[in-house]
Design a protein around this ligand. Structure first.
Ligand code: GUN
Length: 286
């Protein structure tokens, strides 16, 4: 049976490292990193994520600024709010929770965030920096995937990594991060013929498509390390559950290691957000 990679434990350890660094920054430089999280509307899942981000920021000793705006907020009002946060010296990281209501253009919002405070790594300047292997701020979920992979495999150099999915939030930036780690990278997606055959070539397989249970046992190379980024909510009420892109029951008989859903990539994403906020605060402070 595949070893389960414990994302909760890894996330706890990273939060402890961040908390330690935050304490030292406070003592030696009088700097308290601040994270602003902006939520527009009342999507229940987004509310849960935003609340958790705020709680974890405070737990590691950061300042948390939570901005909950009504669903009818205009794009101009949201842009003004971002401009204010860009100018605020107590705010080092800004995250606008996605998706936004349909009347707001997410591109306009992402472009408006100061790239130095863009802890999501979605601003074109950060996307470009990552694409050329430079030092910007990288998106949190792919960063979490890399940490989980390194915790299990150590060096990633020379591994063949197959990324299933080409989204802006996960697939594309993860491919860039894996290249930076000297992996051989293949990206498969919805238009790839015979994705199972491609996936089977990976020493590493990351599934990030949002299709519950898509990856079956015969999609996976024996002994491969499999990272399941999918989180689809299924069911209602008491039978509500989170389901990944990987059919864990059959894949765990083939893979060497697998991240569970929940308790794998999810907790790492928030821990990496805190780490990005710490990096952003240090850089802004000179
Ligand atoms: N919604 C789902 N994932 C994310 C994320 O990583 N960042 C933001 N801002 N919104 C999201």
């Amino acid at each position: 049976m595949a070893l389960l990679i414990d994302g909760k434990a890894q996330a706890r350890a990273l939060r402890a490292t961040v908390a330690d660094a935050v304490r030292r920054l406070g003592t030696h430089q009088g700097l308290v990193p601040g994270l602003a999280v902006v939520l527009v509307g009342d999507d229940p899942a987004s509310q849960v994520y935003v609340r958790r981000k705020g709680e974890h920021a405070r737990e590691v000793g950061m300042r948390s600024f939570e901005h909950a705006l009504p669903a009818a907020t205009s794009q101009a009002t949201l842009l003004e709010r971002i401009a204010r946060l860009n100018r605020d010296p107590e705010v080092h990281g800004i995250l606008v929770q996605l998706p936004l209501p349909a009347h707001i253009d997410p591109e306009a919002i992402i472009h408006a965030i100061d790239p130095a405070k863009d802890v999501d790594g979605f601003h074109p300047l950060n996307v470009g920096a990552l694409a050329v292997g430079g030092e910007g701020l990288a998106p949190c979920t792919p960063l979490g995937c890399i940490r989980l992979l390194e915790s299990h495999l150590g060096e990633l150099t020379g591994k063949h990594a197959v990324v299933l999915g080409r989204s802006r939030i996960v697939g594309r930036p993860l491919a860039s991060l894996l290249l930076k780690k000297d992996c051989t990278v293949t990206v498969a997606h919805s238009r790839t013929p015979n994705p199972a055959k491609i996936c089977r070539q990976g020493d590493i397989l990351v599934a990030a498509v949002g299709q519950p249970g898509l990856v079956q046992g015969d999609w996976v190379k024996a002994g491969a390390t499999v990272i399941d980024v999918g989180i689809t909510r299924l069911g209602e009420g008491d039978s509500r559950r989170l389901v990944g892109d990987v059919d864990a029951a059959c894949v765990s008989r083939v893979a060497g290691a697998l991240t569970p859903v929940p308790g794998g990539v999810g907790p790492m994403t928030i821990a990496c957000l805190l780490h990005n906020t710490l990096i952003a605060a240090c850089r802004q402070h000179g």
